[in-house]
Design a protein around this ligand. Structure first.
Ligand SMILES: Nc1ncnc2c1ncn2[C@@H]1O[C@H](COP(=O)(O)OP(=O)(O)O)[C@@H](O)[C@H]1O
Ligand SMILES: [Mg+2]
Length: 351
């Protein structure tokens, strides 16, 4: 790819004998906002640490802006890193916290002042420059941490779960703030989260990780609507996921014939469509009240716009979601239901 900016090439990362990330390939374009999404322990932080230069790869290569930086020390990479704990200097003012790295680099005088002032202003803290971290809210401290990294004009800014210590309202605010700063400055950003909503809302592209490898890379729309594997499907809310065997649904009761042929998958690498290995339905795609299957309501809960049902069925537990204005069904009621083939997401991998 000609506009490759950051490239991870067969990167393997280990702590002693423990391999945390295996043969990871990832290409990021300049100015992209990429989210690393995945469950705890899948290797997100480890990957970030290697890009920042805090962990030497066991094997593989990292290139940034045309240079091989695999063995370049952290302080010479021009990569910024913001953690979930802000690690601000408590005895220094906001201004001095933001100025710290620039001073180390030898920036001084008018040049320093204009960079620091612009940085503080860009995160909306102009009137807080003289405060100390202890006199700021969590969200404000996180903004200082962001400004402190941004003023260094990093080639890549890495953010490791930067919003996870904030309450729900502040998270939303900071999410918008991050997006704005990124679009304004055009800085290439990699953002780690285990929250799919956050990744979907923020990223240009999402990298879904599992067990030290990449499950899927795609736009938020791709990941949300076209998960490739059972894991990604489940992770983005397709709560009814089935393997397909010989075109039949694999269920606890054995193989179940489908009403229509399962959709084929058009893989990028291959001109020939492949049979799907699995099918997945979101709860709201399940039709309740009619269809070839029968289930008994085991649980129901009201969620504002919608009502959620958990059904015991021969296909295993099925989660359905219907408009809350529909009449409700009591626990113990037996209902017909359908899993329409037309709305199913075909999976190219099931495991
Ligand atoms: N310092 C360490 N020493 C040994 N194992 C580690 C260390 N840090 C992380 N790991 C292991 O590496 C794997 C990936 O961890 P990490 O990258 O922190 O995951 P994530 O950030 O996705 O939650 C996990 O199995 C974790 O236990
Ligand atoms: Mg982590």
């Amino acid at each position: 790819m000609s506009d490759t900016y950051l490239q991870l090439d067969k990167l393997t990362l280990a702590y002693g004998d423990t391999v945390a990330v295996k043969d990871l390939d990832l290409t990021i374009r300049k100015g992209e906002l990429v989210a690393l999404l995945g469950p705890s322990g899948c290797g997100k932080t480890t990957t970030m640490r290697s890009i920042a230069g805090l962990l030497n790869p066991a094997s593989g290569r990292i290139t940034l802006d045309g240079n091989d930086i695999t063995r370049v020390s952290a302080n010479k990479r021009n990569v910024g890193l913001v953690f979930q704990s802000y690690a601000l200097f408590p005895h220094l003012t906001v201004y001095e916290n933001v100025a710290f790295g620039l001073r180390l680099k030898g920036v001084s005088g008018q040049d320093l002042d204009s960079k620091v002032s612009a940085g503080i202003k860009s995160v909306g803290l102009a009137s807080f420059a003289a405060r100390k971290p202890g006199e700021l809210s969590g969200g404000q401290q996180q903004r200082v941490a962001l400004a402190r990294s941004m003023v260094m004009e990093p080639k890549v800014l890495l953010l490791d779960e930067p919003l996870s210590n904030l309450d729900a309202r502040l998270r939303l605010e900071m999410r918008a703030e991050l997006q704005r700063v990124q679009k304004e400055t055009g800085v290439t950003m990699i953002f780690v989260t285990h929250d799919q909503i956050e990744a979907l809302a923020l990223a240009d592209r999402i990298v879904v990780m599992l067990d030290g490898g990449i499950e899927q890379i795609g736009t938020p729309e791709d990941i949300y609507n076209k998960p490739v594997s059972a894991f990604v499907a489940d992770f983005v809310g397709f709560e009814n996921v089935f393997a397909l065997e010989n075109g039949k649904l694999a269920t606890p009761d054995g193989l179940v014939e489908l009403a229509a042929p399962a959709p084929q998958i058009q893989a990028q690498q291959s001109p020939v469509p492949m049979p799907a290995k699995g099918l997945a339905w979101r709860p709201r795609m399940v039709i309740l009240g009619s269809g070839p299957f029968q289930g008994t309501v085991r649980g129901t809960s009201f969620a504002g716009n919608v009502r959620e049902y958990l059904l015991d069925t021969p296909l295993g537990p099925i989660k359905a979601e219907v408009d809350a204005i529909e009449p409700s069904h009591a626990i113990g009621t037996t209902l017909a239901f359908d899993l329409p083939i037309a709305t199913a997401a075909p999976l190219s991998r099931y495991r």
